[in-house]
Design a protein around this ligand. Structure first.
Ligand SMILES: Cc1cc2nc3c(=O)[nH]c(=O)nc-3n(C[C@H](O)[C@H](O)[C@H](O)COP(=O)(O)O)c2cc1C
Length: 324
């Protein structure tokens, strides 16, 4: 019996990937995550703004004029160089796949950074396309087109697999993922979590709300994984957002995921969460008589009309209608 899986063309010893977060911003930490059993690691994101700033510094001598600008530019440059070092050092210390990550929101010159990331030895690159559109003049499909343009340009620069991490604010993830599939995406992560904001009513100030998810947050990713894996079966998917228990891992695979990306649970429970979760998934697989995850991946997805009904609107009508 095997718990090995493949995601985005990468072979993983198990489906638990550590998602991009502060815990993956340090090579020694990444080694500890590997030793604790992680299947792969997504490094903390490098932000598009940092890359753009460095490019400006290198191409526009006027950017050195103001002391403040210089300081900012230096900071940007420094961050980019540190990031390349993080990839190199993580690769030197770890044997599991190391996935670099860029948080981006425009299709610009920064995409060439992907070449440096590939050269530094990253096994894959995840693009966290973080953008919310609020303009009244918004043209339908602009947000989706942005994702496709960014992916196409990055994929032109590199040979390593390019993964797209999507926000849940899309009108039709199926249509977008189908397009991404045609433009060379090696995998898709459902979903990125937007910065959680809240209001302190005493001070009347915006404050950061709780940064971590719970298992209750999983349902959005499960729903769309179940729908997308049925409609765009050839696209490898990873669930992110609300995976907190071994059962959440199994649910994600049943809906069609090849892997899960976890962050909150590692912050809350530590790296010691990983090994028992893997063992429990293995034990479940054995009890159910499955040789590997491929044998049950997508078993609960929308290909079955009854599951489709549960994942789509009809069930909502029945369920909500019965609560008095
Ligand atoms: C403290 C923290 C920092 C994060 N930083 C990033 C980041 O730099 N890039 C990114 O793509 N996602 C980032 N995330 C989002 C996670 O990768 C993940 O998608 C999200 O937390 C949902 O997964 P979870 O329920 O396992 O936490 C961060 C999450 C946390 C909690």
């Amino acid at each position: 019996m095997s718990i090995e899986t493949t995601f985005a063309g990468l072979t993983l010893r198990n489906p638990i990937i550590i998602g991009s977060c502060g815990l993956t911003a340090n090579a020694a930490n990444n080694k500890a995550l590997e030793q604790a059993g992680a299947g792969a690691i997504v490094l903390k994101s490098l932000f598009e703004e940092n890359i753009t700033r460095q490019t400006e510094m290198l191409t526009d001598p006027a950017a050195h004029g103001e002391a403040a600008d210089y300081l900012q530019g230096y900071l940007g440059e420094h961050i980019v160089d540190e990031y390349i070092e993080l990839i190199r050092e993580s690769k030197r210390l770890c044997t599991i796949p190391i996935i670099a990550s860029i948080a981006c929101h425009t299709d610009g010159e920064w995409v060439r950074m992907a070449e440096k990331i590939e050269k530094a030895g990253a096994d894959a690159l995840e693009l966290n396309v973080m953008t919310i559109r609020t303009d009244k003049g918004y043209a339908d499909g602009e947000l989706e087109k942005m994702h496709v343009d960014i992916l196409r340009h990055v994929a032109e620069c590199v040979k390593i697999p390019v993964i797209v991490k999507l926000g849940a604010n899309l009108s039709n993830p199926v249509a977008l993922i189908d397009k991404l599939c045609g433009c060379g995406a090696a995998g898709v992560v459902l979903f990125n979590r937007f910065y959680p904001t809240d209001i302190d009513v005493e001070k009347m100030e915006f404050v950061a709300s709780h940064p971590f998810t719970t298992s209750a947050d999983l349902s959005t990713a499960l729903r769309w994984t179940g729908i997308v894996s049925s409609a765009v079966g050839q696209m490898p998917l990873a669930v992110s957002g609300g995976v907190h228990t071994w059962q959440d891992v199994v649910k994600s695979i049943l809906c069609g995921a090849s892997a899960v990306e976890v962050s909150s649970v590692i912050y809350e429970c530590g790296v010691q969460w990983i090994a028992p979760a893997i063992e429990a998934v293995e034990a479940w697989q054995q009890k159910q008589g499955y040789d590997d995850a491929a044998a049950y991946r997508g078993k609960m997805n929308a290909r079955d009309p009854e599951h489709a009904e549960r994942l789509l609107r009809t069930q909502f009508l029945k369920y909500m209608g019965t609560i008095k």
